[in-house]
Structures are given as C-alpha cells and as structure tokens.
Design a protein around this ligand. Sequence first.
Ligand SMILES: [Zn+2]
Length: 288
Amino acid sequence: MEGIPFSRWLINYITNDRQWDLRILEDHFGNIDIERILSIPLALTPREDTLIWRHSDTGCYTVKSGYHLAASLESMEADSPSSSNRQWWNRFWSLKLTKKVKIFAWRFINDSLPTAADLMHRKISTSSACSLCLCAWECVGHALFCCTRAKAVWKISKCQVLMPNIGNLKGYDIFSYLATVNKDADLERIICIMWCIWSERNKEIHGSKPKVAEVICSYSDSYLAQYRKATAAAIPGTYTPRGEPSHVDSSCWRGLAHISLVCTRSPTESSPLCTALHSLLSPLVLAL
Ligand SMILES: [Zn+2]
C-alpha cells in the first residue's frame, strides 16, 4: 500500500470485526456519501481490494462494453424524466440566493441535515426527539415547519408552506411541493426563512438564547433584500460579488459591489489594473 493514498483502500474503512468504521468515514466523506456507504453490506470474510468494470461479464473493461455503456447513457439522457429533472435542478440552482443558503437547501432536499432523527439513524445519537420541543421525532419536516418555534416564524411570515403530513415527509417531497406552488421570488424567501430557522435552532442547541419569531423573520427578509440589492447593482455580464452579505460589514459589501462595476467582463478583456483587481477580489470574495 506504500505510496497509495489512504483513502484509495477500502480495507482502511472496515473495522476488524467487519463493520464500516464510521469514525474514519467521517474524516473522508460527507453525510450523504456516508449514508450510502453504510447501506453497502460487507462480506463476512476479508478479501483484497479489486477494481471491477461492472459493465462486462468478466469484470474487465473492453472497448465494446464501453461503447454500449456510452450508447445506453445517451438514450437515457434523451428520456423525458431525466430532462425534466434537469430542468427542476436548473431552476433550483438559478434561484437568487447566496451559496451557503443554496447549499443548505440542497442538503434539505437530500435529507442530509443533521436532525436528531438523522443522527440517531447514523448511530451518532441515542435520541431522535426534537432538540427544542422534545416532544416529537425530529426529521427535517418537523425541525423546519412543525416545531413550535418554526410554526411561530411561518405564522409571522404569512408564507403558505404548511401541507398535510409535512412533519413526516422527505425533504425532496416538501421542496417539490413548495417549488410547484410558489414563484421564484417567493420560493427564495421561503428558503431563506428555512435557513434562518435552522441556523437559530443550531444556535439554541449550542446554548444561545432563543430569538422571538419576529426577529428571525425580519432578519431573513433583510438578509435576502441586502443580497438582492447587492447583486442587482452589478450590470449583467460583469463580475458579480459572491459573498454572504449579512455577516460582513455592510460598507465592505457595498464596496465590493462597487469595485465589481468598475471591472469589465473578464480579466482577459480588462486593463492591467482591472486584471489585478480581479485577482485580488476573487479570493477575498470567496473568503467572505
Ligand atoms: Zn420540535
């Protein structure tokens, strides 16, 4: 194994008693991948790692089997379900939200937020009870919509988000419903409020004083308004600031938006000064 990265060898992720080693998996993979890995049954007796091309009978790659795979993928691509699925995701990724809010929503859709139920399922916690109200099974539907705290925020927001049995639905089903009945602008607001509810839930679990629903709702709205204002200030086709508006000084955020207007479409079309500004701003904006 000398010279080969640790993560390449499957055997390193398996304990001596033939179980997946959760501690090492968590060092190398995200929650979604860990869940998939844990669902793979392990052979009772240890075997050496082997690379197998599963599209041929022998397990070895041949040009013919590669060609057949490429052809079948092409025909699958043309099928309508995958193309409508792609449109659905295109719509999601084009929503005007900060990256961290979109990533939160993506995790919600994929049921990978660490709710009490999720942690218990992964054997990290021994209780699936809601961390705030302690009176229900805490899945994403409960944490973000049905918990007493969440309900109070939705009531203030006047968003139409509640649907039958929402406390037991998967993130994808809840989001599909919300995306169907709401236009993009409303959907962006709903996602932003969901993110704020989740952030406040986490802060409260770690000892912060709970905030009242009005404060959470108005913070979410001002966060979204600030982001929309900053992104609307940039002329289409120009460099757009990609940071997170609320946790940086607002004058700094406005400054970045202003500087972005000075710069032309891309570093290659810019003056040396703008090229230098681009190279200075890119890591700075990413760091925000
Ligand atoms: Zn609760």
